[in-house]
Design a protein around this ligand. Structure first.
Ligand SMILES: NC(=O)c1ccc[n+]([C@@H]2O[C@H](COP(=O)([O-])OP(=O)(O)OC[C@H]3O[C@@H](n4cnc5c(N)ncnc54)[C@H](O)[C@@H]3O)[C@@H](O)[C@H]2O)c1
Ligand SMILES: [Fe+2]
Length: 400
């Protein structure tokens, strides 16, 4: 089997590493545009980043007018502001929304046109402006993935730009940047990372040729994805609840950040599956956060897939130290308990989904074929509706 390994040129980890950003940036140029989350920009970590850039002689223009979920008109504003500064490099300081915005700006500055020209897989003609990503939530893994997710008012569901050229040049994963992250953001971002790892590990094995290896953004279950998925879960499962409950616990924050990045690398090779495909229309209908939706759906999607993925679920159970006889069931139950403990609702009724909406949601999800090609379960509208029925009722046993 052919495998491939992609990641930023350097992925720098550890407490206080943001203080070195000036040295890295100066190697890439002397004129940077920093795109940052306005909440994060008020925190001490951001001041440290600016001080480091200043000490290294890097001129900075800041773009702080950022909103979550990356609406398309925000990209246009950010592109205009960045273009006026003619930067050598971009720096993103924030959660997935900010990093995805910066990736898209880096693409448009390098290749012109509109983000719409690059929707889908492999539509970017070549490398983008160098980007240094500094994540401040530990979850999306965007600091290591070849994906940017945007909201386009003309599309019912969120859209993605997926290209190997979008992997940031450098990422600085400093857990101190997440200490100010509120419990709910920590919880939803962290459970999203758990889903990335589990969905990558249980993905379909697909034949890959050289084109897919070089350019394919989700190539299905593969050894590099597996290795990072296992690492991710070993970090995330024992530490996520503590990071939510004790936000400045250094050990928990460091573990969750390492786990989220590893999970990003896992799905940045393998892709994700049914929970993500189902969350797209549910997120659009209920305006609930991405992580909340995928975390809610994961135990149901895994239960529905048990006939196809029991060996992988057994591996995952053993990897996190579960010794139960029915290892797949123990693993699914553990993901459900973790999600509930950190505040993820346990059923779709509680986030405002009406029973009469289930069919339409299943129909919309069935169109997310890029993700469903990774789902080993029943991808028909009926099959997806069955998962949603169980998730609506809050009863996994309906799928057994
Ligand atoms: N590119 C990828 O590979 C990828 C993967 C999964 C999800 N996503 C996308 O990422 C986005 C979600 O990103 P996210 O979950 O990181 O959240 P986010 O970037 O949308 O931020 C959520 C909220 O947390 C706040 N925040 C962020 N860091 C903080 C900190 N350190 N202290 C205090 N507040 C802080 C922000 O101000 C914001 O209000 C979605 O658009 C999702 O679709 C992208
Ligand atoms: Fe996700």
């Amino acid at each position: 089997m052919i495998s491939t390994r992609r990641s930023p040129r350097q992925l720098i980890e550890g407490e206080g590493t943001v203080d070195g950003i000036g040295t890295i940036a100066a190697d890439l140029g002397n004129n940077a545009v920093v795109i940052a989350d306005p909440v994060v920009a008020a925190q001490s970590g951001y001041a440290r980043i600016l001080a480091s850039l200043d000490a290294a002689g890097v001129a900075v223009e800041s773009f702080l007018d950022v909103e979550p979920e990356v609406p398309l008109e925000l990209v246009d504003r950010a592109v205009a502001a960045a273009r006026a500064a003619a930067p050598d490099l971009l720096i993103a300081v924030g959660g997935g929304s900010v990093i995805d915005l910066a990736k898209t700006v880096a693409a448009v500055l390098a290749h012109g046109g509109s983000p719409r020209d690059y929707y889908g897989e492999n539509q970017l003609p070549g490398p983008v402006l160098p980007l240094i990503a500094v994540p401040t939530t530990a979850g999306t893994g965007s600091e290591a993935t070849p994906v940017a997710v945007l909201s386009d008012p003309d599309r019912a569901l969120k859209v993605g730009i997926a290209s190997v050229h979008l992997v940031p040049a450098f990422s600085i994963c400093d857990p101190q940047m997440t200490y100010g992250c509120p419990p709910s953001v920590t919880a939803f971002a962290g459970i999203d990372a758990v889903c990335h790892a589990v969905e990558a590990f249980t993905a379909t094995v697909r034949p890959v040729g050289w084109r897919e290896v070089i350019e394919g953004v989700s190539i299905g279950k593969n050894p590099v994805g597996d290795e990072h998925a296992l690492t991710a879960l070993q970090q995330l499962i024992p530490n996520l609840a503590r990071a939510v409950e004790i936000g400045d616990d250094p050990h928990a924050r460091a573990a969750v950040m390492r786990g989220a990045t590893a999970a990003g690398i896992a799905f940045g090779h393998a892709g994700v599956g049914a929970p993500h495909a189902l969350q797209y229309p549910i997120g659009a209908a209920t305006k609930t956060p991405h992580g909340l939706g995928v975390g809610l759906l994961l135990p149901y999607a895994l239960t529905a897939n048990r006939p196809q993925i029991d060996p992988e679920l057994t591996d995952l159970a053993r990897c996190v130290g579960l010794e139960d006889d029915d290892a797949p069931d123990a693993f699914i139950a553990m993901t459900a308990e973790l999600a509930e403990r950190i505040g993820v609702p346990t059923n779709l009724r509680d986030i405002g989904v009406g029973h009469e909406q289930l069919r339409e949601l299943a129909e919309l999800a069935s169109g997310v074929t890029r993700l469903l090609q990774n789902n080993r379960g029943d991808n028909t509208v009926d099959g997806l509706e069955r998962v949603l029925e169980a998730a609506w009722a809050g009863d996994r046993r309906r799928l057994e």
